[in-house]
Write a protein that binds this ligand. Structure first.
Ligand SMILES: O=C(O)CCC(=O)C(=O)O
Ligand SMILES: [Fe+2]
Length: 517
């Protein structure tokens, strides 16, 4: 995206309409200057809609030495590093291969190098996210000052090289002195991002706290690990009501495909998408903007779809074809993760592993796809207003844009996008039905900020059963009630609770208050 100013400057070098100047008149230096001043790079140029390559990029006609031919029969060597640490024979062979490739090619590829593929994928996405930011955002990093930890520009040798290349570049110095988080752009910072919370009373008083990440690795095989994980889940549910899980068993390619599926739905042609637009909640799949549009004081900057997945699975034709297969595949896997999470939460409360599952908590699933377009004035609005979820448990998949915040100890704390992680939070129904020693496990308020950068994509899977009218009553768990700990909530059906929640809308108050004794 370009502002008007940028567009104006670019006209100097836009050869669509402008006559290509004759060699004598051509002022390359001025063109370079104009290009550099846009601070928008080649992408900025493309964003203005040019269809011809401006002269400063045009290679001389001897671009390729005529003696050089491309030969498709050659293959750049691929070297498998598997076993390099453990197996001396393999190592010897690998050393030979490296030597040979370095001598004959100077180039080779390595596989089994130890960097997980999801990290590779996230890294590529991170690069794209940086370059696809709004130009105004990106400009702040535009510099030719090589002492900077992070630089963004187009053609480091712009004023020295005879021809300009068709690409933009960022550089980041990451070792031997690791960068401070604020020295890297947030869209691709990720792993080094410590959590920042701001004290609303003072803009300068920043605290750093760690949002819980729980590693589920070994949960089925190793009883000691499981005991520790149960403790961590208990602790996070009590103090945060939110945590992230990694090694949950859903492959990163399925998570990525799900995010793409959500984007594909919203990025369809409006006429196609319109067919799904409805506020009729009895439908298996609904698309609309702001479920509470006519009830809340302020409208949110996001569009939403909602698919009922379980306990009654939708018929294929009840889901849009662009995201049908992945929605079924991904939610199937989320049901498995949910099974584990309900066991862990049950154990953390001190109940039998199957207790919450036996209550039907893991039977129903609603998948809610959220699409937060880039917002020109994010300070004026919100992506999703403050609310707590009206379910037992939510498993949320978010992309790497960020913006989700949790109200923790009276501070809004970012839930940092973490590669491969799922965000888990306790919903109102679990808080009310478990009543763990005076509301121990909290259904915590959260919100999503609007952002200049976008779209942000998320898929929230709500474990709840509002689509079937059961007369089952949910209330404080009998095993947890005593004279010292009397019930705090009256019993309710999922239907009654959901109807109340939906009619109230996201007005910033808790639906639980209505059911409190
Ligand atoms: O988009 C998100 O990250 C969260 C959305 C959310 O809180 C919800 O759908 O309840
Ligand atoms: Fe939510």
């Amino acid at each position: 995206m370009c502002n008007l100013n940028t567009k104006k400057k670019m006209e100097v070098i836009n050869t669509n309409e402008v006559q290509v100047p004759s060699e004598a008149k051509y002022d390359r230096k001025a063109e370079l200057q104009a290009f550099d001043e846009t601070k928008a790079g080649v992408k900025g140029l493309v964003d203005t809609g040019i269809t011809k390559v401006p002269k400063l990029f045009v290679q001389p006609s001897n671009i390729e030495d005529s003696t050089i031919h491309s030969n498709k029969n050659f293959k750049v060597p691929i070297i498998d590093l598997d076993g390099i640490k453990e197996d001396p024979i393999k190592r010897k062979n690998i050393v030979q291969e490296v030597g040979q490739a370095s001598e004959t090619w100077g180039f080779f590829q390595v596989i089994n190098h130890g960097i997980p593929s999801h990290v590779l994928e996230e890294m590529k996405d991170g690069v794209i996210s940086f370059f696809e930011q709004d130009t105004e955002e990106k400009k702040q990093w535009y510099t030719r000052d090589l002492t900077k930890v992070f630089t963004f520009n187009s053609n480091f040798d712009l004023f020295g090289a005879p021809v300009t290349n068709w690409r933009d570049t960022f550089t980041a110095t990451t070792a031997p002195i690791p960068p401070k988080p604020e020295e890297l752009p947030s869209v691709c910072r990720m792993f080094v991002q410590p959590l920042k919370i701001e004290d609303p009373r003072s803009r300068n008083n920043k605290k750093f706290i760690k949002f819980p990440i729980i590693d589920l690795d070994g949960i089925m095989e190793d009883p000691i690990k499981r005991k520790n994980i149960v403790q961590e889940v208990g602790h996070a549910s009590e103090s945060w009501g939110f945590f992230q899980v990694i090694n949950h068993g859903i492959p990163s390619h399925v998570m990525d495909a799900m995010k793409d599926g959500v984007a594909s739905f919203f990025e369809q042609d409006t006429e196609v998408k319109k067919q799904w637009y409805t506020r009729d909640l009895t439908k298996e799949f609904t698309f609309n903007s702001n479920f509470d549009l006519f009830r809340t004081p302020v409208t949110n900057w996001r569009d939403t779809f909602r698919a009922t997945i379980a306990p009654i699975p939708p018929k294929p034709e009840q889901l849009p074809s662009v995201c049908r297969d992945i929605l079924l595949e991904y939610t199937n896997q989320v049901m498995n993760v949910g099974d584990t999470l309900f066991e862990l939460v049950s154990e953390a409360i001190g109940l039998e592993p199957n207790h919450l599952k036996d209550m039907g908590c893991a039977e129903g699933l609603l998948a809610i796809g959220q699409y937060y377009p880039a917002c020109p004035q994010p300070e004026l609005t919100l992506g999703t207003s403050k609310h707590a979820d009206n379910d037992f448990l939510t498993v949320l998949l978010q992309d790497n844009i960020g913006g989700l915040q949790v109200l923790h100890q009276n501070h809004w704390v970012d839930v940092p996008p973490t590669p491969g992680a799922l965000v888990v939070n306790i919903g109102d129904l679990l808080q009310a039905s478990s009543l763990i020693t005076n509301d121990k496990f909290k259904s915590v308020d959260h919100r999503v900020l609007a952002n200049k950068v976008g779209p942000r994509i998320s898929l929230a899977c709500f474990f709840m059963t509002n689509c079937v009218t059961t007369h089952r009553l949910y209330g404080p768990i009998k095993e947890l009630i005593s004279e010292q700990n009397p019930p705090k909530y009256r019993e309710t059906t999922i239907k009654e609770f959901t109807t109340y929640f939906n009619n109230k809308g996201l007005d910033g108050t808790s639906a639980l208050l209505h059911f409190r004794l």
